[in-house]
Design a protein around this ligand. Structure first.
Ligand SMILES: C[S@@+](CC[C@H](N)C(=O)[O-])C[C@H]1O[C@@H](n2cnc3c(N)ncnc32)[C@H](O)[C@@H]1O
Length: 265
């Protein structure tokens, strides 16, 4: 707990990432993963396998762009570094553990960027009367012509969470309009990914389920608010919170879909 607080106080990240809650969440993910390493391992291995398969699809291997790199738990970083001239890790928050790993490779760099195009000026937007509509079209890195692989790494379903919470708090947006906002953020990321002239690997939660003590599903939520994916992809479960982690009576399980290449080149 003290180490986590220290990390919160000493991690450099954009001011808005701290304010909107991304830094706190990144530190919480690290702590959760340590506690639940066994339960999370199959999901992290599946994600890494899919990214390796995406690397195999790349004819040219100049720059690999990893969106939502986080703690690099699901990223085969050594492999990416070996196979590509440059690897760019993109996240709003790069914690010390990720910085340390990246520093071991001369061709790996970190970029503290928001891939939605709305977090940096969120305050300004809201104070100017914006209520989540329209959602901006993200453009970051689209002008970089040497990108041959883009990986969206367990990021898509996370994108609306903090902006939606802030909108709800500050504008009282709720119910269906708030869900429409979440769906639009997700659709904008999918459209953004398709604008790269590269192999585009997508790994995302598609469903969040609550399970009772017998393992029966008692509640399901579409993690993408009904936004369309390009097919079923390769699917697996992620035991996010086994019994006892968030509740003594319920466990949480995510359904995940992985796509080696969703590009339309
Ligand atoms: C579930 S984690 C992904 C896990 C990560 N790939 C790993 O292996 O640790 C989602 C990541 O997306 C990042 N993220 C969320 N919204 C973002 C945004 N708008 N721009 C960039 N990164 C974002 C979070 O900071 C977090 O690190």
């Amino acid at each position: 707990m003290i180490l986590e607080l220290l990390e919160y106080l000493t991690t450099a990240c954009p001011k808005y990432a701290r304010k909107l809650g991304y830094l706190k969440e990144a530190i919480a993910i690290g702590a959760r993963q340590k506690r639940l390493a066994g339960a999370w391992a199959p999901h992290l291995e599946q994600s890494q396998t899919l990214i390796r398969e995406a690397i195999d699809q790349c004819g040219r291997r100049r720059t690999a762009l990893v969106l939502g790199s986080g703690l690099l738990l699901d990223i085969p970083l050594a492999e990416l570094s070996r196979q590509f001239e440059q690897v760019v890790l993109v996240d709003l928050v790069h914690l010390r553990a990720a910085r340390r790993q990246a520093a071991a490779f001369a061709n790996v760099t970190l970029a503290a960027e928001d891939v939605t195009g709305m977090a940096a000026d969120f305050d300004f937007r809201v104070s100017s009367g914006w209520q989540g509509d329209p959602v901006p079209d993200p453009t970051v890195f689209l002008d970089q012509p040497d990108i041959d692989l883009v990986v969206s790494a367990n990021l898509l379903a996370q994108l609306p969470i903090f902006p939606a919470a802030a909108l709800q708090r500050r504008t009282r947006l709720d119910g269906e309009p708030l869900e429409d906002f979440c769906r639009a953020v997700i659709a904008a990321h999918l459209a953004y990914l398709r604008r790269f002239d590269a192999v585009v690997c997508l790994i995302t939660e598609t469903e969040r389920a609550a399970l009772d003590k017998d393992g029966a599903v008692v509640q399901r939520q579409n993690a993408l608010y009904g936004a369309d994916l390009p097919g079923r992809g390769t699917q697996w479960n992620w035991d996010l919170a086994p019994l006892g982690e968030v509740s003594r009576t319920h466990a949480m399980r995510n359904r995940v879909a992985g796509f080696r290449d969703i590009s339309t080149r």
